[in-house]
Design a protein. Structure first.
Length: 202
């Protein structure tokens, strides 16, 4: 469906099926098919992973957006991501600092998505959190392997621009079953102020 400029009704306009279908039904479908719909939001509790389970299978793509901080006593912690509790992934990542200088790159095959030094730890500057976004394409397909993109920004010190890190990861999940669960954790736990929102798109 594509968006059409809605017609204008005036007093005594007869709302025919054609008018309704074009101006109401089709335009609502156009909106629905082109936006991310919020499914749920979960918070950390400093004790358990953040786990999205029984994910609805009515969309084609998933997006996760959040602010994250680990309870680890360090400036940073890894972000560990599991889909359907499967660890058979391939992914690669690279990291640059706030001035655009290359800092790190790595890859892993048949391993858990493990984004190194990705999120702020408890000794990172006060009141700073890592901004996080991840998209999984065709998550509800039972035929295709799933590809994903993830991006995190992190503040590791209090001053210089080079103390900002931008961490990017991409890869695929070596499994055809639909994704019904995604969990997020650190080598330590994610704190109680952290939260992640899950969205779906047709």
């Amino acid at each position: 469906m594509t968006w059409t400029t809605p017609g204008t009704a005036v007093t005594n306009t007869v709302i025919t099926s054609a008018f309704w279908n074009t101006n109401i039904r089709d335009d609502l479908n156009a909106i629905y098919n082109n936006i991310w719909t919020k499914i749920s939001i979960l918070s950390g509790d400093s004790t358990n992973p953040i786990v999205f389970s029984s994910i609805p299978q009515i969309y084609s793509h998933l997006k996760f957006v959040g602010m994250l901080r680990s309870t680890i006593v360090a400036t940073a912690d890894s972000l560990i991501i599991l889909a359907n509790a499967i660890s058979n992934y391939y992914h690669e990542e690279f990291m640059v600092d706030g001035a655009g200088t290359y800092s790190f790159a790595g890859a892993a095959a048949n391993a858990t998505i493990h984004l190194t030094s990705a999120i702020n730890g408890s000794t990172a500057p006060a009141n700073t959190y890592s901004s996080f976004e991840m998209i999984i394409s065709k998550y509800s397909s039972t035929i295709y392997f799933k590809s994903f993109l993830a991006r995190i920004t992190r503040r590791i010190a209090a001053t210089a621009i080079t103390d900002f890190l931008d961490i990017n990861s991409s890869g695929w999940i070596n499994a055809a079953p639909a994704i019904t669960q995604v969990s997020f954790d650190g080598s330590s736990r994610i704190d109680s102020i952290s939260n992640i929102t899950m969205y779906g798109m047709p």
